[in-house]
Write a new protein. Structure first.
Length: 116
């Protein structure tokens, strides 16, 4: 079982930046490689939506609403994936979740609130 822990959320003004982190580990403590990971978000009253993903070869994909503003990256040595969010907008307000694509595991989420 893969465990994911997100951090880095918070309250920021529109136009500001935040960097989210997602640390992955195995519940049995065994060393593993994170391979492909993704970020999703869920705003109040809305369905969870895909934001970005990164493959084991570090190729990236972004939703149109965040392309050019968000950057996903990974540090395989630390089993950690990041989401750098710049030029934040109020409509980016949501709980952000990371997911380990191979296992289907999800983190608990971290709240991002962007004030206008």
């Amino acid at each position: 079982q893969v465990q994911l822990v997100e951090s880095g959320g918070g309250l920021v003004q529109a136009g500001g930046s935040l960097r989210l982190s997602c640390a992955a580990s195995r519940s049995d403590g065994r060393i593993f490689s994170i391979y492909a990971m993704g970020w999703y978000r869920q705003a109040p009253g809305k369905q969870r939506e895909w934001v970005a993903d990164i493959s084991s070869a570090s190729s990236t994909n972004y939703a149109g609403s965040v392309k050019g503003r968000f950057t996903i990256s990974s540090d395989n040595a630390k089993n950690t994936v990041y989401l750098q969010m710049n030029f934040l907008k109020p409509e980016d307000t949501a709980v952000y979740y990371c997911t380990h694509l191979a296992s289907g595991s999800w983190g608990q989420g971290t709240q991002v609130t962007v004030s206008s």
